[in-house]
Design a protein around this ligand. Structure first.
Ligand SMILES: [Zn+2]
Length: 569
């Protein structure tokens, strides 16, 4: 046989969880043709000696809806072995929406997901109104990896109701129009329908995003459309019921009933919170109960804590304080001079303790009021990290002073992290191992200057597999490939099998790891973002073509739009 590509001498970990074996992998016409000893020739050969050959990883929770227009590679996810993503989560899609109304849709995205409106304005060529037209637009874009997309409730509601979407319940006519759009979207290949009901999702002026105005009945009817059609997944950024047991019981009961009544798979993020350490167990118990009652439901979990990443280059936890605000509006070089001035330092430190905080409530991954036991110095890409409280007491300094001094030592580039959820890593591990959980939730494409979670896959491989030996490599690969492919129905992907799509990642199990993030200004209109690459990844292959070699783009753009099961029927 004449192969397009042969990966020789690697160790195959096929994604099923079965033990590794040494074999060559031969690829023809974008598909895996042979796994075994291959004596034939190929146009291209990769020697993977000492490396693992695995199915490309899949991330089910991204927000690349806007980014896909200016970044075909799907960074930073592609640098961590990702070959397919699902976007449009949490109710945020860019369709349906006509160009003249795009500011309304961007209003939903801007603060809730921290996507710069200038970048969206400069980077997106708006060529659609309906959801099927949006999918066609994505289909026609050059792409390095594979993308699939949900239709989001906030966009849908805004499209049908205009300004009323942000204030009113839907009328029967509104609902009928929304129902029609969801049906069209699923028929065109949307992966499903998503919504948000969390107070974490606000517009820049502090109003709820449009989906939060929906009654539960509205949600039920829209999910019901997918139930009738027999296709589509429902993703929800859930209600904030954590501290109120009655609200929680009511909410989880509604979710369970929704899954059982409609037959639609329901999915959402589950995180541990240090303020309410055992709640996640109830969420996972509900998922098990739903399965027993005949519904489908799965959790999306993270491989580590979700952290706000802070630095003088982007945001510090003190920026809203008036004294700090004065200094922070200066150019960084000026700030550096000021920070060395003893007088200024004293005032900055005092301000942290003496200024009554404004009534601003941080939402999503906006920095929290500093608790120095929970503010860590990010001096390397993987934990353990030391808290400012610990360093301060060791050096007999004020923690704010430590914050300033460490920053000055690094030319104001020192990163600090403030964990928002999943602080207890033993719980995080338990969640990773739950049989109805998917390790996903990078949020890639969103919160681009606030958090950096596109590295969650390489964190799993480096931290949990190699450093802690808490998960086997075979288990980890399965978690990142076959499990998400199965939940989102990405047929023919997620396993290395003859006849399956050749999405492959080749990595060194001894060195694969996230690198330190950096702050860059490379978005359209010069908007900033955190960028994080990984070491130890030799090759990333999408639909049979090498897209990244040692994490550098080869120029190939073989990615596709992956449409849901009803497309083309
Ligand atoms: Zn999200």
């Amino acid at each position: 046989m004449q192969y397009d590509l042969i990966i020789r001498n690697g160790t195959v970990i096929d994604g099923s969880g079965l033990p590794r074996f040494r074999a060559d992998v031969g690829i023809v016409h974008g598909k895996i043709a042979t796994i075994g000893k291959i004596r034939d020739r190929a146009k291209e050969v990769i020697d993977a000696e000492g490396h693992v050959v695995a199915p490309g990883f899949i991330d089910g929770h991204t927000h690349m809806d806007a980014q896909v227009f200016w970044d075909p590679l799907g960074t930073c996810s592609c640098w961590h072995g990702i070959t397919s993503v699902v976007m449009g989560n949490c109710g945020f899609s860019l369709a349906p929406c006509s160009e003249k109304d795009k500011l309304l849709v961007m209003r939903n995205l801007e603060r809730a997901e921290d996507i710069s409106p200038e970048a969206m304005e400069a980077g997106i060529r708006w060529s659609w109104t309906t959801y099927p037209e949006y999918l066609d637009a994505v289909d026609s874009l050059p792409k390095g990896i594979n993308y699939s997309a949900y239709i989001g409730h906030s966009a849908l509601r805004t499209y049908v109701m205009g300004e009323r979407a942000f204030t009113d319940p839907a009328t029967p006519e509104d609902l009928e129009a929304m129902t029609r759009e969801v049906r069209d979207a699923i028929r065109a290949g949307a992966m499903g329908f998503t919504t948000s009901r969390t107070r974490n999702h606000q517009t820049p002026d502090g109003q709820p995003v449009a989906s939060r105005l929906a009654t539960w009945d509205e949600v039920r009817q829209l999910v019901g459309v997918m139930g009738e059609m027999g296709a589509g997944v429902f993703e929800i950024a859930g209600e904030d019921t954590d501290i109120n047991p009655d609200l929680r019981e009511d909410y989880l009961g509604r979710l369970k009933a929704l899954a059982v009544d409609t037959g639609v798979p329901v999915t959402f993020g589950v995180f541990h919170r240090r303020y309410a350490p055992d709640l996640w167990r109830q969420y996972l118990a509900t998922i098990d109960e739903t399965a027993a009652a005949g519904g489908r439901m799965f959790a999306q979990v993270h491989s580590r804590s979700i952290n706000v990443v802070l630095s003088f280059q982007s945001t510090t936890p003190f920026d809203k304080l008036p004294v700090w605000r004065e200094i922070r509006k200066l150019p960084l070089s000026e700030q550096e001079i000021q920070l060395r001035n003893p007088d200024v330092r004293r005032r900055l430190i005092e301000a942290v303790y003496n200024t009554p905080r404004e009534s601003h409530r941080p939402v999503g991954p906006e920095p929290r009021k500093a608790n120095f036991k929970w503010l860590f110095v990010m001096d390397k890409a993987t934990p353990p990290y030391r808290s400012l409280a610990d360093i301060a007491s060791e050096q007999n300094k004020d923690p704010v002073e430590v914050f300033i001094d460490l920053s000055l030592d690094k030319g104001l580039k020192q990163f600090f992290i403030q964990p928002l959820v999943n602080e207890n890593e033993e719980y995080a591990l338990e969640m990773i191992k739950h049989p109805r959980a998917v390790v996903t939730f990078s949020d890639s494409g969103a919160h681009v200057s606030q958090i950096m979670d596109s590295s969650l896959q390489t964190h799993l491989l480096s931290y949990w597999v190699r450093n802690k030996q808490a998960v086997t490599l075979e288990e980890a690969v399965r978690m990142l490939s076959f499990v998400p492919a199965s939940h989102w129905g990405l047929n023919g992907r997620g396993l290395l099998r003859e006849g399956w799509q050749a999405d492959v990642v080749i990595f060194n199990p001894d060195t694969v790891a996230p690198m330190m993030p950096e702050l860059v200004f490379d978005l359209p209109a010069g908007a900033r973002r955190l960028k994080q690459k990984a070491t130890g990844i030799m090759g990333t292959i999408v639909n049979g073509e090498v897209v990244l070699r040692n994490n550098e783009h080869t120029g190939a753009l073989p990615g596709r739009l992956l449409r849901g099961p009803l497309a083309g029927r």
